[in-house]
Design a protein around this ligand. Structure first.
Ligand SMILES: *Cc1c(COP(=O)(O)O)cnc(C)c1O
Length: 359
C-alpha cells in the first residue's frame, strides 16, 4: 500500500529525491565519504552549494540584482532578521493573515514601529483582507505579507504589489516554487525549506542587493544578510545536508518542467480536492473561496469526534498526517509540490467512503 503523507511540514519529499539521497548517503560520488562527512569547502560539497543557488536562480528567474542566500534558523529567525536588517527604527507595514504573520509582526516590534495594515484575525483568519482596505504607512521601511497561510489554509491567489519605493517582503515558506511570479516585485523573499524545498535546517532568502546597505554595523555578523551574500552563504559552516537536499529537490523540479508545469499540477490537484469538498454537505471548508490555499487544504467533518475518527481511519488507510494544526483543530491536507495527483485521488476516494459510512 503506498503511503501518502499530507504533513504540513516537514513534509513529503519527491520519492526520486529520497532514493537518490539514499544512494549517495554513505559514499558520495565515489569520494569514499558520505555527504554528511564532507568538508563544506572541499571539492565535493562546494559544487553542491553552487548548484543549489543556480537551480533557485533558474527556476525562479532571478536576476543578478538579487542575492540568493542559505541561512539557518528557519523562517522564524527571518521574522527577526528582516526588521533587524531593514527597519532601523522606522515603521513597517504588516498584513496579518494568520498565526505566522502575527509572529512575524511581533518580532518586528522589537526593532521599530509596526503598523498592522490589515488583519483577518477577528474572523479566525478565514480570508485575506481586500487590498483596498489596507491602511499603509506613507514611506514605510517595508511592507510584509505571508503569501500562503499554512495553518488557516488561505493564500494570496494574486500577489499584491507595494507602493512605489516600499520594498515588499514575503514569507513564502509554504508556497515558494509552487507557482510562477515575478521576483522583481519583491525586496526580499524568505522561506523555510521544509514545506516545499527540502528538509528543515535551512531557509532560502532572496534579497535585492540595494537593501543590503541598509543594515547597521551594530547587527551581529551572523544575523546580517550581507555576511551571507558576500560569502556565498559560507561565512561559517552551512547546513550542508539541508542544502544538498535542496539541490536535489530543485534538480527534480527542473526535470518536472520547471515552476510553470508544477503550478499547473498544483492547480489541478487543488481544483479536484476543493471540487470534491464543495460537492458534499458533509465537509465544511472555512476559507473564503477566492482565498483558498492551493497548498494547505483545511476542512472539517460535522463534529470534532468525526474529525478525529477521519484522521485515525485515514492513517490506517495510508493517508497520514491529516490532523489540523493544534491551534485550529479540524483536518488539513497539505498538497505541496511533492504530492502527486495519485495522492489526492486516494484521499478523495477515502473521503467518499467515509461519507458513505458516516454521513
Ligand atoms: C512553517 C512556517 C513558518 C515557520 O518555519 P520555521 O522554519 O519552523 O521557523 C513560518 N512561516 C510560514 C508561512 C510557515 O509555513
Amino acid at each position: 500500500m503506498p503511503i501518502y503523507n499530507f504533513s504540513a511540514g516537514p513534509a513529503r519529499l519527491p520519492k526520486e529525491v529520497m532514493e537518490k539521497a539514499q544512494s549517495e548517503f554513505c559514499n558520495y560520488q565515489n569520494s569514499g565519504s558520505g555527504i554528511l562527512e564532507l568538508s563544506h569547502r572541499g571539492k565535493y560539497f562546494a559544487p553542491v552549494m553552487e548548484r543549489a543557488e543556480q537551480n533557485v536562480r533558474e527556476l525562479m528567474n532571478i536576476s543578478d540584482d538579487y542575492a540568493v542566500c542559505f541561512v539557518q534558523g528557519g523562517a522564524s529567525m527571518q521574522f527577526a532578521m528582516v526588521p533587524m536588517n531593514l527597519l532601523n527604527g522606522g515603521t513597517a507595514d504588516y498584513v496579518d493573515t494568520g498565526v505566522w504573520s502575527a509572529k512575524a509582526a511581533k518580532e518586528a516590534k522589537l526593532f521599530g514601529n509596526v503598523n498592522l495594515a490589515a488583519s483577518s484575525k477577528e474572523s479566525k483568519y478565514d480570508h485575506i483582507p481586500a487590498q483596498a482596505e489596507w491602511k499603509l504607512t506613507p514611506g514605510a521601511a517595508y511592507m510584509h505579507i505571508t503569501s500562503n497561510n499554512t495553518v488557516a489554509g488561505s493564500q494570496y491567489r494574486v500577489l499584491p504589489k507595494a507602493p512605489a519605493g516600499v520594498p515588499l517582503i514575503a514569507d513564502m515558506s509554504s508556497d515558494i516554487m509552487s507557482r510562477v511570479f515575478d521576483v522583481n516585485d519583491f525586496g526580499l523573499i524568505y522561506a523555510g525549506a521544509q514545506k516545499n524545498l527540502g528538509p528543515s535546517g535551512v531557509a532560502l532568502v532572496i534579497i535585492r542587493r540595494d537593501l543590503l546597505e541598509r543594515t547597521s554595523d551594530r547587527v551581529p555578523t551572523m544575523l546580517k544578510y550581507s555576511t551571507y551574500s558576500e560569502n556565498a552563504s559560507m561565512f561559517n559552516t552551512p547546513p550542508t545536508f539541508a542544502v544538498y537536499m535542496l539541490a536535489l529537490v530543485t534538480d527534480h523540479f527542473k526535470t518536472m518542467g520547471g515552476i510553470a508545469e508544477i503550478e499547473k499540477l498544483n492547480d489541478a490537484k487543488a481544483a479536484k480536492l476543493y471540487g470534491y469538498l464543495d460537492s458534499t454537505d458533509f465537509f465544511r471548508t472555512p476559507v473564503a473561496k477566492a482565498d483558498r490555499s492551493h497548498m494547505n487544504v483545511v476542512f472539517r467533518t460535522p463534529s470534532d469526534e468525526l474529525d478525529a475518527k477521519f484522521v485515525k481511519e485515514a492513517t490506517a488507510a495510508g493517508l497520514t498526517d491529516l490532523k489540523g494544526h493544534r491551534l485550529v483543530g479540524g483536518c488539513r491536507a497539505s498538497i505541496y509540490n511533492a504530492m502527486p495527483m495519485a495522492g489526492v485521488d486516494a484521499l478523495i476516494d477515502f473521503m467518499k467512503e467515509f461519507v458513505r459510512l458516516n454521513g
